[in-house]
Design a protein around this ligand. Structure first.
Ligand SMILES: O=C(O)c1ccccc1NCC(=O)[C@H](O)[C@H](O)COP(=O)(O)O
Length: 208
């Protein structure tokens, strides 16, 4: 199971993450309304970080996404708003970076609404629907994922915490497309500041 740690911002915290956790990706949130927002100056300080960086965007212009990819050497782009298949298609023409589309999950999932993204995105990321778009700390009903009909891999997100491990390992056995997890607010001491011990304990259990 791959691990993404999202909402990173503080250089020392990131150094610790790199040294002690070595996640598969680190998420930088380029959405100004998030309490984990990373402005340009801050992102510049993080340029040296060796972990693969995922830029998180909410309904951002294509031009701004492309500038951030270039400026901060992003490995992947996580589209966390209402970006259409046409938007993703255009972005795909302009970058060779991995494209992830977030699916905000409420009471049900209409798989047909995702069909037009298949062939364009490298991965879906399922997160709990919230007015703030992300970082809710709330889980959705994971049973819904058992009818996932596509081959495209996906990442599970939304309120994951230290107690999620057993259920995640069970789900991984049942759904081969589940390739990773995304950790955020439940592993924080403050917004944007991760608790390295909590992350270490989770990672050791999910991938001993
Ligand atoms: O975390 C945020 O503040 C945020 C705000 C707006 C859009 C996306 C955001 N986070 C992106 C993520 O990928 C989070 O890890 C994901 O929403 C899950 O967060 P949490 O429920 O806190 O585990």
């Amino acid at each position: 199971m791959l691990v993404k740690v999202c909402g990173m911002r503080e250089p020392e915290n990131i150094r610790d993450l790199e040294e002690k956790i070595q996640p598969d990706w680190m998420g930088l949130i380029f959405y100004a309304k998030s309490p984990r927002f990373v402005g340009d100056e801050k992102a510049q300080e993080l340029a040296e970080v060796n972990l693969p960086k995922v830029g998180v965007f909410v309904n951002e212009t294509l031009e701004n996404v492309l500038v951030k990819i270039q400026s901060f050497q992003l490995a992947a782009v996580q589209l966390h708003g209402n970006e259409s298949p046409a938007y993703v298609r255009e972005l795909k023409l302009k970058t060779d970076k991995k494209l992830w589309k977030v699916v905000s999950v409420g009471d049900s999932i209409d798989w047909e609404t995702l069909r037009d993204y298949v062939g364009l995105v490298d991965c879906f990321l399922f997160d709990t629907a919230t007015k703030k778009h992300g970082g809710s700390g709330k889980k959705f009903n994971w049973e819904l994922l058992k009818s996932y009909p596509f081959k495209v891999p996906f990442i599970l997100s939304g309120g994951l915490d230290e107690n999620s491990v057993e259920e995640l390992l069970q789900l991984e056995k049942e759904i081969p497309q589940l390739t990773g997890v995304d950790l955020n607010s439940k592993f924080e001491d403050a917004p944007g500041l991760k608790n390295i011990e909590k992350l270490r304990s989770f990672k050791n259990k999910i991938r001993p």
